[in-house]
Design a protein around this ligand. Structure first.
Ligand SMILES: Nc1ncnc2c1ncn2[C@@H]1O[C@H](COP(=O)(O)OP(=O)(O)O)[C@@H](O)[C@H]1O
Ligand SMILES: [Mg+2]
Length: 590
């Protein structure tokens, strides 16, 4: 068992080191070369120290002209020592550059992966947790890998050259020192396993704690927290999580301290053994004093290099599971679908007998739904909270694939990417980009020209508000960053609407577009909804029946199923669920 572990470790190690080296080289080829030059200088300087030491001892033991003879060798010793000492700090600074580049590369890979993950992947269990674990490690691990890798190559170079010197003096000294290595390597394997397991256990606590920190610090939550005076209660939860983290960390730190102590002890024992061996060799007259002095220096330097070597291997072992975690994560998300092609809508879009269930949910959110939106038609989807309207919008917009049934574009099943490119959707929880008003609009399709931009703003009823802004379209919006201007909920909603209208597609899905509008603004918006849409087909979603009565067709959704369908007048005369809810809502306004 034990032996198999050793074998596996020794098989995996070169692969691991090669993989880490590849990452560093790809991230910053020039930086990797510069770092290697430092390594070579460092190893050469160490050899210089040993050689100068031997010359100094030689000179010391020469009876005649001792004072003159010792000066050059002492100068050489000083020079080599200074060089070997200054390489370290220079390297440390160089590593910062390299580490940053490696970290950027890791982030790029992570962002490439999240960008190509589809929406349903975001809903699946464990995705967010592994993403957060990787995000936290992506900040620190690449630097650790870089440092370990450079430490490894530098110390390996030092170990080889110094061992060569020692073999010249006494071959037996080298195995004595290397004997310290095997336990150290095994111990660092063990450390890396416990470290990864620890990170796994800790992530859920850390995620919850991060969430609380956001609640407690960020502007969008500030008003409600103060209104309810709930910061204290949230702080209690935060303190509980701190407590959990501390308890876990204490155990892990004790583990690691034990491992570090055992490793250091091993190296110290090997060092002592080697020095004792040198003393024995001198006693037996097998080596002279200068050789013994040089060997002692070499042993001292070698033990330092061995320490770095083992620490670096340990560092690589420790980071390896996190790098493997990243690789697994990258591999878990399928390659991106080819870019979608924007299609015109000539007949219409239809969902035929569509069922959709969220990952891990028992009940389908959408259950055997048939809806049809003809080109240029305005179709409404009404229903109470949780009836499946938003889910259906996401299916229509190509963001979720139906579990069963089909989504047809002009009668044919087309790739989801094409549907996404050909449908515009604004959700009820649309994004309030902390960017300029102009960027808030053109982000849906990229900048084309001023006329399109102004047309979208006008259709969304934004022109008057734009004129009042200090820098017009170039006013920074939002208060999260810098000096932006915050808008009212209704104004933000119009910005989102302008964003949707700017992206010229044959179908627009508007999920609760009037939720933040006052009744007059809502009335104005829907009184002339067809003019606003300019010939585009629309799926209007609302739980407010007043805004949808002018639609060409109304679907009533209940528990994920379509329960009624028709025009407002047809549904009213039918006296079913629609008529009941409509009467109920309009009675509230009377
Ligand atoms: N991300 C999700 N994961 C699991 N269930 C969800 C998710 N989003 C919505 N649901 C569930 O699906 C059903 C329909 O939700 P939704 O489409 O948002 O309804 P509506 O927009 O009509 O209020 C609800 O029962 C809701 O709890
Ligand atoms: Mg909804």
């Amino acid at each position: 068992m034990r032996l198999r572990k050793v074998a596996r470790a020794s098989v995996n190690t070169p692969r691991l080191i090669a993989a880490a080296a590849r990452e560093v080289r790809r991230a910053d080829p020039l930086g990797a070369v510069v770092a290697s030059v430092y390594q070579i200088i460092g190893a050469t300087a160490a050899l210089g120290v040993v050689a100068a030491g031997k010359l100094t001892f030689d000179a010391l033991l020469q009876p005649e002209d001792a004072a003159l003879g010792i000066t050059p060798s002492l100068l050489l010793l000083a020079l080599a020592t200074a060089l070997s000492g200054s390489v370290g700090p220079l390297q440390t600074q160089q590593h910062r550059l390299l580490g940053e580049r490696v970290s950027q590369r890791v982030w790029d890979r992570l962002l490439d992966t999240t960008a190509r993950a589809d929406l349903v992947t975001y809903e699946s269990a464990g995705f967010a947790t592994s993403l957060e674990r990787i995000q936290q490690n992506a900040l620190t691990r690449p630097f650790a890998v870089t440092t370990s890798l450079l430490g490894l190559t530098g110390s390996l170079l030092g170990v080889v050259t110094l061992s060569a010197v020692l073999i010249g003096v006494e071959p037996l000294l080298v195995p004595i020192l290397l004997a310290a290595g095997l336990p150290a390597v095994l111990l660092s394997r063990w450390a890396s396993r416990t470290e990864f397991a620890f990170a796994h256990r800790l992530t859920p606590f850390a995620r919850r704690r991060n969430y609380l920190r956001q609640l407690l610090t960020q502007r969008p939550y500030a008003a409600e927290l103060r209104a309810f005076d709930s910061a204290g209660r949230l702080r209690e939860k935060h303190a509980e999580l701190n407590h959990e983290v501390n308890a876990g960390l204490r155990g892990q730190v004790r583990h690691r301290q034990l491992i570090a102590a055992l490793t250091t002890l091993g190296v110290a024992a090997a060092l002592t053994g080697a020095l004792l061996a040198i003393v024995a060799l001198v006693r037996q007259g097998r080596i002279g004093l200068p050789e013994a002095g040089a060997a002692a220096i070499a042993v001292r330097l070698l033990s330092g290099q061995l320490n770095t070597l083992f620490t670096s291997i340990g560092g690589l072992f420790e980071s390896a599971p996190f790098l493997a975690d990243l690789e697994r994560f990258v591999a878990s998300v399928p390659p991106a679908a080819p870019r979608g092609r924007k299609r015109t809508l000539t007949e219409g879009i239809a969902l035929c007998d569509v069922t959709f269930r969220y990952p891990g949910q028992e009940r389908p959110a959408v259950d055997g739904v048939d809806i049809r939106i003809g080109a240029g038609e305005v179709v409404a989807l009404v229903g109470e909270n949780g009836s499946g309207k938003t889910t259906l919008a996401k299916i229509a917009a190509g963001l979720y694939a139906p579990d069963t049934g089909s989504r047809r574009w002009d009668g044919a099943v087309v790739p989801a990417a094409d549907v996404r490119a050909s449908v515009t959707v604004i959700f009820q929880d649309f994004v309030r980009y902390q960017l300029t008003l102009r960027e808030n609009i053109v982000i849906s399709d990229g900048y084309r020209d001023e006329a399109d931009l102004e047309d979208a703003a006008k259709r969304a009823g934004l022109l008057a508000a734009t004129r009042e802004l200090p820098d017009g379209l170039d006013t920074m919006l939002g208060r999260d960053l810098d000096e932006g201007v915050d808008l009212s909920g209704g104004q933000w909603q119009r910005v989102a609407l302008a964003r949707a209208l700017y992206r010229d597609t044959g179908l627009v899905v508007l999920d609760e577009p009037a939720a933040s509008l006052d009744p007059r603004a809502e009335y104005e918006l829907f009184a002339d909804v067809r003019a606003m849409l300019g010939g585009r087909a629309a799926l209007l979603i609302s739980h407010r029946f007043s805004s949808t009565r002018l639609a060409d067709r109304i679907y009533v959704l209940d528990g994920g199923r379509v329960v009624e369908c028709g025009t407002h007048d047809e549904l009213m005369s039918r006296a079913g669920q629609y008529a009941e809810l409509y009467t109920l809502q309009s009675a509230a306004y009377r």
